[in-house]
Ligand binder design. Structure first.
Ligand code: IPM
Ligand code: MN
Length: 365
């Protein structure tokens, strides 16, 4: 299979973890006789530095000429004082919008060999295996107006807008219900319908969509309760679907159930078939350039890319198995290592995954 992958390394540890994932993709291509072509483009702070634009047009063109996109992370203190239009995060929001990446899939699964990393008691995390489907191109992140202003009485004020059309809600719900059909067939829709008008519309849409999926059990849950239930009984969830900002907050919370933000991949699915994959962690500027970042979330995002965008199930599974092998062997990057000074570097872990992939594939074929 011949495919083109656009790489958007971004800022902080982004370039390091993307380099790791590319090494793993190259090894996968060699083992399974595929041809992956890579083209790198600028996004975020580095794009502001070089092009004075967090998402230059060339970057969008590179993405559109590719079959899938792999992103590292954006942002850092260097650009914190920039005006809103020149912040790295704007680049990420703009690419989501321009490529219509409306459904962000964030799986939360505890790796057996990492179960001790969870801050929750073992009996709470047994059987945890769920997916958060976060709406990604609407809601509070994109509603207008969104600005600071001075009101008639001269008081400083600011406004953001939580706006959804029913159509936007329905399409992300369908992704969630479709996903539930391939899993344990349960959808939890999270909202704040006791307060917000947009959540009431969201609930109506859930009732409508659910009626088309008689085999899927569904429930509504208020977002504050959902935040509590995620810690109290995380194993109850199968597919959680929710508004953009609720999804942002709940997915960071959920990631800690696994004890390892550095392990979790994500996929942003579009209406056009051109999807974007990225780790859920950020750019971690405090550890950038030190060869200590955990590359596994990006490597697992690359596996998700192969499975979802190219239907390469066997290849994706081989990467995931290689990651499991490395973890089972006790190798850990700094974020996961309990003891000071006993961790592997980003490059060590990457080589270990590449080696495990070689070994595992040899035993398959
Ligand atoms: C994420 C990030 C982004 C978001 C930021 C960097 C804009 O936190 O992908 O979850 O809030 O969506
Ligand atoms: Mn976030």
């Amino acid at each position: 299979m011949k495919k083109k992958i656009a790489l958007l390394p971004g800022d902080g540890i982004g370039p390091e973890v993307v380099t790791s994932a590319v090494a793993v993709l190259k090894e996968t291509a060699a083992q399974f006789r595929h041809e992956f072509e890579f083209e790198t483009a600028l996004i975020g702070g580095i794009a502001i530095d070089e092009k004075n634009n967090p998402l230059p047009k060339e970057t969008v063109d590179v993405c559109k000429s590719a079959d899938a996109i792999l992103l590292g992370a954006v942002g850092g203190p260097k650009w914190d004082q920039n005006p809103p239009e020149l912040r790295p995060e704007k680049g990420l929001l703009a690419i989501r919008k321009q490529l219509d990446l409306f459904a962000n899939i964030r799986p939360v699964k505890v790796f057996d060999s990492l179960s001790e990393a969870s801050p929750l008691k073992q009996d709470h995390i047994n059987g945890v295996d769920f997916v958060i489907v976060r709406e990604l191109t609407g809601g509070l992140y994109f509603g207008e107006p969104s600005e600071r202003y001075t009101d008639e009485e001269g008081k400083e004020a600011a406004v953001d807008t939580l706006l959804y059309t029913k159509e936007e809600i329905v399409r992300v719900l369908k992704e969630a219900f479709d996903m539930a059909l391939t899993r344990r067939k349960k959808v939890t829709s999270v909202d704040k319908a006791n307060v917000l008008a947009s959540s009431k519309l969201w609930r109506d849409a859930v009732e409508e969509v659910a009626s088309q999926y008689p085999d899927v059990e569904f429930e509504h849950m208020l977002v504050d309760n959902a935040a509590m239930q995620l810690i109290y009984k995380p194993a109850q969830f199968d597919v959680i679907v929710t508004e953009n900002m609720f999804g942002d907050i709940l997915s960071d919370e959920a990631s800690m159930i696994t004890g390892s933000l550095g392990m979790l991949p994500s996929a942003s699915l579009s209406s056009t078939g051109l999807h974007l994959y990225e780790p859920i962690h950020g750019s971690a500027p405090d550890i950038a350039g030190q060869n200590v970042a955990n590359p596994l979330a990006t490597i697992l995002s690359a596996a998700s890319l192969l499975r979802t965008s190219f239907a390469l199930e066997e290849e994706a599974a081989a990467i995931e198995e290689a990651v499991e092998t490395v973890l089972a062997s006790g190798k850990r990057t700094k974020d996961l290592s309990a003891k000071e000074g006993t961790y592997q570097t980003t490059e060590d872990i990457t080589h270990a995954v590449v080696d495990a992939l070689k070994q595992n594939v040899k035993t398959i074929v």
